[in-house]
Design a protein around this ligand. Structure first.
Ligand code: NAD
Length: 258
């Protein structure tokens, strides 16, 4: 009997922070449905969840019909939904001058609209269970940002507003809505960023240590740490938390960097 026995979780993002949270739920006894659009990530996730109540589906979260089908099939198979975690996203770079309309629409579609879509389709199933918890993975970049992350930072700031708007409406149905805003966390996304920084043949460990040094805690975060926070926000221990954004950034946004 784990902490989440009898619970049903749907999670977008089949690697990194999403996969970590999904495995945490499943190891604690939940029935879990994860989705992603990358077949390699999905295959790795399937292997990691082997032996658990863990279903991995190929879904593009920016396509409403695919999201609707995935959520309704999950709810039907498991008899309802208790937790929704949105982690699927892309990180792209561009300024107002260099971000074209396709780039903008793609990032907003995947990183922000999908968080609304999954909520929209999961909501009736959570309401029918008498309540639930939604956790959106945002970013420190929704609070303060680097250069040239126009669409990404806008999507993350949008998530913070989405959380507030959803939380005040959903409280009457006992559905809590919160976000987490990570600083740098070691995931495939961060390793990709490190590889971009060092180039072919460079040492990504050095680049990741450099990212860590920018955080007052002197290191990057771990998937275990984000999973623990997401699990807390879904558990009854956080029963009075709704409408909030929870920083998990090693003190990054507490400083002013000078
Ligand atoms: N890792 C960090 O340092 C960090 C920091 C702040 C915020 N975040 C946020 O955490 C979340 C997870 O990122 P991560 O670091 O685990 O990266 P990740 O790349 O491992 O996870 C993102 C997942 O989303 C999937 N995805 C992308 N587009 C999709 C689509 N259209 N449909 C379905 N799936 C799609 C990817 O295939 C991938 O599996 C993201 O929202 C990211 O913005 C990460």
């Amino acid at each position: 009997m784990g902490e989440f026995s009898g619970k049903v979780a749907v999670v977008t993002g089949s690697s990194g922070i999403g996969l970590g949270a999904a495995l945490h739920f499943a190891r604690e006894g939940a029935t879990v449905f994860v989705c992603g659009n990358d077949p390699d990530h999905n295959a790795t996730a399937r292997a990691a969840g082997d032996g658990l109540a863990f279903d991995v589906a190929e879904v593009d979260v920016s396509i409403p019909e695919q999201v609707e089908t995935w959520i309704s099939q999950a709810a039907e198979a498991a008899g309802g939904i208790d937790f929704l975690v949105n982690s699927a996203a892309v990180q792209t770079y561009g300024t107002t001058e260099t971000t074209d309309v396709d780039h903008w629409n793609r990032v907003i579609g995947i990183n922000l609209t999908s968080y609304y879509l999954t909520s929209h389709f999961a909501y009736p199933h959570m309401k029918a269970r008498g309540g639930g918890s939604i956790v959106h993975v945002a970013s420190v970049q929704g609070h303060a940002n680097q250069n040239a992350v126009l669409a990404y930072a806008t999507s993350k700031g949008g998530i913070h507003a989405l959380v507030r708007a959803q939380a005040v409406d959903a409280a009457k149905d006992n559905i809590r809505v919160n976000s987490i805003s990570p600083g740098s966390v070691r995931t495939p996304l961060l390793e990709f960023a490190a590889r971009t920084v060092v180039g072919d043949g460079g040492d990504i460990e050095e680049a990741i240590a450099g990212f860590g040094a920018a955080h007052p805690m002197g290191r990057v975060g771990t998937i275990e740490e984000t999973s623990n926070l997401i699990a807390f926000l879904c558990s009854d221990k956080s029963g009075f938390c709704t409408g909030g954004d929870f920083l998990i950034d090693g003190g990054l946004t507490a400083g002013i960097g000078v």
